[in-house]
Write a protein that binds this ligand. Sequence first.
Ligand code: FES
Length: 580
Amino acid sequence: MTFKPAEWPRKLRSQHWYGGNSRDTIYHRGWLKNQGYPHDLFDGRPVIGILNTWSDLTPCNGHLRELAEKVKAGIWEAGGFPVEVPVFSASENTFRPTAMMYRNLAAMAVEEAMRGQPIDGAVLMVGCDKTTPSLLMAAASTDIPSIVVTGGPMLNGWFRGERIGSGTHLWKFSEAVKAGEMTQDEFLEAEQAMSRSSGTCNTMGTASTMASMAEALGMALSGNAAIPAVDSRRRVMAQMTGRRIVQMVKDDLKPSDIMTKEAFENAIRCNGAIGGSTNAVVHLLAMAGRTGVELTLDDWDRCGRDVATIVNLMPSGKYLMEEFFYAGGLPVVLKHLGEAGLLHKNALTVSGDTIWDEVKDAKNWNEDVILPVEKALTQQGGIAVLKGNLAPLGAVLKPSAASPHLMQHRGRAVVFEDIDDYKARINDDALDIDETCIMVMKNCGPKGYPGMAEVGNMGLPPKVLKKGITDMVRISDARMSGTAYGTVVLHTSPEAARGGPLAIVRSGDWIELDVPNRRLHLDLSDEEIAARLAEWKNPVEPPASGYARMFHEHVEGADTGADFDFLKGCRGSEVGRDSH
Ligand code: FES
C-alpha cells in the first residue's frame, strides 16, 4: 500500500483546546498549567495520550505505570507532549461475571476519552486479554493515529523441574486433583510457581494471541508481542513506541490506513501459525466492524484453513512465550507466512513501512520452538468454522488444541441447561455419561451468561477422568480461555438465549461433529427441530436495569464479534462544542 504522509506543520485537533488566546483556550490551557507545564509546550506540537490500562486489579497490566514512563521519555524526545490517561481496565482474572461483558464498555469509554479530550495521537498500553481489543476498537472508531505497546508476557513458570504455563496448567492440575493424581497441597504449591514475574499469561493464551494480532495487523512495532514484561528490551520497545507515535501524528498515519482487509487476513493467518486463541475470532470481527472492513466467520475459515501451526507453545505445544522471544518471536512467523505466499506483504504498519519490510530479515534461532513447516504441530491450524443445523450461523473449534481421534465423532448428547446445572451435576457418579458422549452446555453466550464467559472447556466428569481419559467433545455457545485445550466447539450461533437450535437439544439426542467437512449436525428432522423451537421458552430473563440491561439489549451474536449494535463503525474524531 502506498501511504502519502500529510504536510507538516499543520494545525492539530489539540489546538482546538490549546491554540490562541481566547477565554476558552485560557480555561483549558491554564488549568493544565497547574501541573507546571511551560507555555511553549502548547505551541501546536502533537499531544499524545498514553491510554493506560494499569490497575492494581488487572495484575497482568500491573507494571504499565512504570512502563509508561519510558513511553513518555520517547514522546518528549521526539518533540511531543505526553499526557497519561487512565482508562477502563477489564481484567480477565478479576471481573465477574466475565471480563468479556466489559470489553464493549471499555471500548466505548476509551473511544469517548480519545474523542472528547485534546489527544492528537494515542499509545494504547494494554496486555491482559480484553484490554487489547477494547482499545483497538476505540482507536478504530475514532481513527486517531494510534500505536499499541503491550506489557509483555510473564517469565516461564517452573514447578518441580517442568515448565508450567498460565492457565494451561491450572486446568491440567485441577483435573489431576479430580482424578486423584495430584494432592490439593501440591496444587497450592504450584500456584505461586505459575506467576513468577509481572506480565501477561506466558502461554499462547488470549493475551499473547492479541498482542500477536496487534503486531500482525501492523498496529504495534515489529517484535513487540513476545518480549517478556521484565526484559529490558520491553522498556526499549516502550520508548521507541513513544518516539514513533509523534511522527505518526505528523504524518497523519491513522488506524484506517493500517487496519485494512489485507491486514485482518494477515492476522487471521498469523493466528493459525501461532496456534492462537479462539477469542481472537470475536475480537477481530468486532475490530473490523469498527473500521467498516467486511470480515466474516467465513474469512476465518478461508484464510486459516491451510495454515500450519508452527509455534510450539502451550496450550497446543510445549514451550512458553519467553522461549518464543528467544527464538525470534513473531517476525519469524510472519516471515514464514510471507515465504509461503500467505502474507499480504504490502500491508502498511505503524512504522510507515510494509509488514514485509519489517520481517524479511528475521531469523529463527530455535527450530524446536518455531518449527519448520514439515514438523508443524498440525498442517491445518487456523480456526475451523463449523456450520450445520446445530449452528446455522457458525461455531468455532481450534484444531491444534483438539484430539485428532475426535475430529470426526458421533455421540450421545449429555445436556446441561446452563453453567449452574453443569456444576451441580458434573461430579455426580450417577450422571449417565461416558467418554463417547458429547457434553452440551446452553445459555453461556453473549446474552445468556451474560457476557459469553470462558466456560466452554467444561471439565470432564471425574468418573471419566479416572479412566485416564483427558478429552471429550464439548459443545456450547460459550468462549474458552486461550490457555485451554480440548475438542471444544465454541461460540455456537445463534446462541441458546436467542433461540438458536442449541436451545432445544436434549440429553439422548445424537450429534455429529465432522471437522474436516466443517459440519455440526443434530440428528433430528427439520420438523422436530421446528416443533421443539415452537414450544421453547427462553429461560434467560433480561436484567432489570443498569449496564447489564444495556448489554443484554444491544450485544450482537458471537458470529459477528459480540459488539454493541450502536457502536459499530468509525465515528471519527471531530471535536464537539465547547462547554463554556
Ligand atoms: Fe490477564 Fe491472562 S489473565 S493475561
